[in-house]
Design a protein around this ligand. Sequence first.
Ligand SMILES: Nc1ncnc2c1ncn2[C@@H]1O[C@H](COP(=O)(O)OP(=O)(O)OP(=O)(O)O)[C@@H](O)[C@H]1O
Length: 548
Amino acid sequence: MELGQEFEERRLKRKRKALTFPDKWEEKSKHLRYELSTKENTVKGLAAVVEDLQMEISALKEAKLREEMNYKNERDQLKLQYYRAKLDCSEANIRCFEALASQPAPVVIVKQTARKACDAESLKLLQEQMLELKAENLALKQHVQLLQKSYATQAEHTSMQVQEAIKENAVTCSKLLEKYKREIVKRKALHDTLVELRGNIRVYLRPKPLLASEEGDSVFAHDPYDDTVIAVPSKGRSFLLEKVFTSKASQAEVFGEVSALIQSVLDGHNVCIFAYGQTGSGKTHTMEGTCEDPGVNQRALGLLYEQTRGADNMSYQMEASMMEIYNETISYTVVMIFFYDHPNQISRAARENRVTASTSMNERSSRSHCILCVTVEETNLVTGTRTKGRLNLVDLAGSERVSKSQVEGARLKEAQNINRSLSCLGDVINALKNHHTHVPYRNSKLTYLLQESLGGDSKALMILQASSHPDNINETLSTLAFGQRVFSVELNSKNTPSSARRQQSETPTGQGTSGPRKMLALNDNGKTPTSSLVKATSVPSRLNAKLK
Ligand SMILES: Nc1ncnc2c1ncn2[C@@H]1O[C@H](COP(=O)(O)OP(=O)(O)OP(=O)(O)O)[C@@H](O)[C@H]1O
């Protein structure tokens, strides 16, 4: 009895500890964010000081320019005075000479004496004026020199001050930047731990770039040092996700971030990758891509193909089925059993058969949810151990605001069905998040088909697709809000259906298989045959009955 109690207490303690971890990280993360914002304010303050100093310098420069102009004016006026005085003198001389010249001849002695007296007088006057002018000139020169000197020292002093301030600023900025980077690394580590603690659901964002024909600026602001946050500055919102791609991210770059998940299918995990977003936001581009630049589907099949080909002592059976949910019915299903020849045929077949239509938002809009499901069963030929994993690649139909896309008739019905099933997906996620005892998987075909990938120990990745165009800002925000909600879901909640995917039976080779796998036969050497068999069938009746 006591032992049982002790055991129970320990279990509760462990549980409590596990529950407080995310809170702690969340708390620390919040604290770090607060610290970062304080630092950012300091940087802003310093930038304002630099701006002030720059303004002071330009004011000083202006004052200096004004003084120089004044000095020039004064000098020019002095010159003018000097030349005027000189002119006056010479005019007086001329008048003197003229007066002397007009006197009669006999009085030569008188004339000469008067002229001499006049000459001596004006010369004396001139000399005096000259001396005065020279003194004035000298004083002015000295004054100007003094002014120049003081300006130079003042300018030198100010520029030194500015340089020092700039240097100090640069040091502070680089220190802050270093600290910021360190904090980002720490925050990322905390964030990763949080993701681990939260469960196996990841949310990435891939913004669609503005096309050449689109006008305006992108609504997104990326943090160059942190690829887990995205801001929509015009709405004052920012979102924390697991990974934010830039709109320039290539198909290969996107696949690089999801390939590890796909590989875990070979370890027996159930993996579900789905593209979610407004119509025309690039879901099909990400999942299917083009023949020249394929998306996740084709690259995933290629990766599985590469990984399973020629593995020693292992045999692989792969099954792929393609399901399309159109207007709440599974309108088209291809079941393919393929081995090693043409895995790419699958995505091509899917692309060619998908229901598409033209809406005002997208010329070739996919009006159905498309699910490519690949199961991989690995048999260890030495031990006979089997592992089975399933990969669901889901290209969701695009959500749209009916009022904005202006669809009517059959297109309106399609849009309503799409929006309803996406809202059911939201309800399921909400129920999982809030640990409801009932999770409404059966409310739509989509959630019903995906229920195993949204529960238990499966790994799910949602690639949010969002337009960068200002016209779509409301849809972009609701996509991000949806993603943020998904990000906080614990997939391994006790209320989700138990997973049956990680099947590690000790059944010997060839035994214990059922259903379509019975059609598969191993070669003598234990490898699967190399021919490819692509079969289009209707929905298996058992599945159809369940779905109805
Ligand atoms: N990352 C990208 N780079 C360049 N072009 C892109 C990108 N993403 C999407 N596009 C282009 O935008 C258009 C719409 O994309 P797409 O059809 O993939 O959208 P969607 O979300 O699947 O739409 P719907 O839900 O209506 O089917 C296509 O012409 C596509 O080539």
